[in-house]
Design a protein. Structure first.
Length: 389
């Protein structure tokens, strides 16, 4: 049976449709348009959301955990808790993100996560209460010691095609994003190789100079990880990596807009540089997301959480930001419209991941992943694969 969603407004997100209707059939969007122009199938279930706003389901391409669990635990129980927590905040798909760890632990986690991505992509036993993993974000172990943040210095590795192949095979080819420091020996060759495999290579945790950043981009890197954090600082005579990625419009970039990792005025500067089509919102959320203050884990190390700040040995260690809150924050920090802010959490990450024909958009033929917002920008409902939660 078809389902028809009605709302005061719908954001595709490029287009805004007033007095909107969206028809879902078999988990796929059949049609979208103004209510009086969209034929309603006979016997269809009609759900009227009144004054609400329909948007694509949100996509978080950098998240480590939530609800007390870390994605590297890898069990279905832990992933289910994390994915159900994300759905409550409008997120319908995501990239489970690793953290630097001993190689054997990393390989095991990659195997578990790769199988989870395979199950989701094959449609086996879909659970509409859970966000769906799109592919793995491998953050580490090819990071700068100088800009490693809380990543374990002991377990960082020299860049190695052989080591990457081990990880690729363990994940059964399900690595979708690779964060790497381009200045490391051997990095340019690995960037080129990973890019040829269809991986989005993202520059991050890097002490690269301007020239080294440009070299990484020329080798195939096309994105930047949590911009400003764990990067060489900008200097007017030494702009570094940030100078390269902020001024190259071919490079997309993401940012943690929680007001803690980056000052709000720098978020505004970031959006001005990258534009509403090149900026991506992420959470970098850890297991403490949605939980009370206390001690939690990121990978294998402890993180203390108090007043929304996550720290390990005095360093920031991920966040407890949720993606719906990031949308609200960037509206405030950068004085953006809700439509432009939503784009940064839907269409833009979908384009970075190369899936904009089926995710991050409300258009005929796309997956029926929908977030329902109040006029004030609060999440009301989330629809995964055409099923209302």
């Amino acid at each position: 049976m078809s389902t028809v969603l009605l709302a005061r407004q719908l954001l595709t997100p490029v287009e805004r449709i007033e007095d909107a209707a969206l028809v879902i059939d078999g988990g796929i969007i059949a049609s979208v348009g103004k209510r009086d122009a969209v034929p309603v199938p006979s016997q269809a279930r009609v759900v009227d959301f009144g004054e609400s706003i329909l948007t694509p389901g949100l996509i978080d391409m950098h998240i480590h955990g939530g609800a007390g669990h870390d994605v590297m635990e890898g069990s279905d129980e832990s992933l289910a808790a994390i994915e159900r927590s994300m759905v409550r905040h409008g997120v319908t798909s995501y990239c489970p993100t690793t953290v630097t760890a001993p190689l054997d632990q990393t390989l095991k986690s990659l195997g578990d996560l790769g199988r989870a991505v395979e199950r989701a992509s094959s449609g086996l036993s879909p659970d509409p209460t859970r966000a769906q993993p799109l592919g793995i974000h491998l953050e580490g172990p090819f990071l700068s010691h100088a800009r490693r943040g809380v990543h374990s210095g002991i377990h960082l590795q020299p860049v190695s095609g052989e080591a990457f192949n081990q990880m690729w095979d363990a994940a059964e080819g399900r690595i979708r994003v690779l964060t790497i420091a381009p200045e490391l020996e051997g990095a340019l060759a690995l960037i080129a190789d990973a890019s040829r495999r269809g991986v989005c290579v993202s520059i991050g945790h890097s002490n690269a100079t301007l020239a080294q950043g440009i070299a990484g981009i020329q080798a195939g890197a096309r994105h930047a990880t949590h911009t400003f954090n764990a990067m060489r600082r900008v200097d007017h005579r030494d702009p570094g990596l940030l100078g390269a990625m902020l001024t190259d419009r071919k490079v997309t970039a993401d940012i943690i807009a929680d007001g803690i990792h980056v000052d709000p005025i720098i978020v505004d500067l970031f959006v001005r540089c990258k534009g509403v089509d090149g900026a991506v919102l992420i959470t970098d959320g850890i297991s403490a997301t949605g939980m009370p203050d206390g001690t939690y884990h990121l990978g294998s190390f402890e993180v203390q959480v108090r007043d929304n700040r996550c720290q390990s040995h005095g360093k920031l260690a991920g966040s407890v930001l949720t993606l719906d809150r990031a949308v609200q924050n960037v509206m405030s920090f950068a004085k953006l419209s809700f439509q432009d802010s939503i784009r940064m959490a839907t269409l833009n990450p979908a384009r970075v991941l190369g899936i904009e024909h089926r995710k991050g958009v409300l258009q005929a033929g796309a997956d029926a992943d929908v977030a329902v917002f109040s006029p004030a920008g609060e999440i009301l409902r989330t629809i995964v694969g055409g099923v209302l939660n």
